[in-house]
Design a protein around this ligand. Sequence first.
Ligand SMILES: [Zn+2]
Length: 339
Amino acid sequence: MARSTCSLRSSSTWPPPRGPAVGLPQDWHSSGSSASLTAMANNGDVPGDGSAAGPGTWVEVADRVWTGVLEPDAVTIGLVAGGDGLLVVDTGSTPAQGAALRASAERLTGLPVRAVVVTHAHSDHAFGLAAFDDVDTFGHEGLADELASAPARARAAELGVDPGDLRTPSRPFALAAGVDLGARWVELAHLGVGHTRSDVVVVVPDARVVFVGDLAESAPSPVDGSPAPWFGPDSVPEEWAATLDAVLGLVARGDVRAVPGHGPVMTVQDLMLQRGQVAAVAGEVERLVRAGVPAERAVAEGRWPFPAEHVAEGVPVAHARLVAAGVRPDPPQLPLLGR
Ligand SMILES: [Zn+2]
């Protein structure tokens, strides 16, 4: 849920509280992994301002592909090792956290970080980028505007990050890019918009792993415990399902693992379910417009597959977008006198 962004969200709700860190299933952890991120939090590198690393450890989800969890938003960080270096997927919420993450990754593997990719502009994914100024950093070309936006700067202030320490990727791309890690090739792709307008997925073909950012989430909602993505004001519900269809095209074979931006690895079936739920949100927004329900009542009067908190910021914006595009209430149905 990275409820951050780049978008038009007020600083008081950007991001909303996530609740306590989510415990991970025991079998999600690799007994062979080391390099505790807790150690990162305890080594003095990470400020004690709520952005400290969480209680997780590196988890090897495929051959030399790890995940870790960083607070305060329980974001899932990815790490991919090649023959001569590392790719880091997302960077944590502050430059200090990014630096601690980098040190931990290099201790774990004995390899230097060669490149970084940011899956989208939300604070927990992108605000640690300044720790990687000396390597190639990748992300969608839209990140430059999003990270310079007023909500992003306000979120930086909340986290105690100097807005001057926010970075945009040095290797922006519109559709796709590749990273050669030496004996391992990683592909980065913008498959469409959804959670934000700059979502990027990271494909590790030989490991059969796809990092999907916040296009899907498996972490239980603090509201009711169900997995739920986040529809912020910068989300695009009406196009999100089509983007997830493109992701599903990558993971159609059952042995592919999808790593979401929050929560443990998802199966193809998990993704398909969430794709359907996301489509239901978009369909409900259009139904409300056609029923004549105004934007300010849409969240309350709609029926949602996720807790209302997860759609509350995105629905009014999507509603207004449909109206601006010419979608109008349906004409009254006969009989006019109600008999
Ligand atoms: Zn996000």
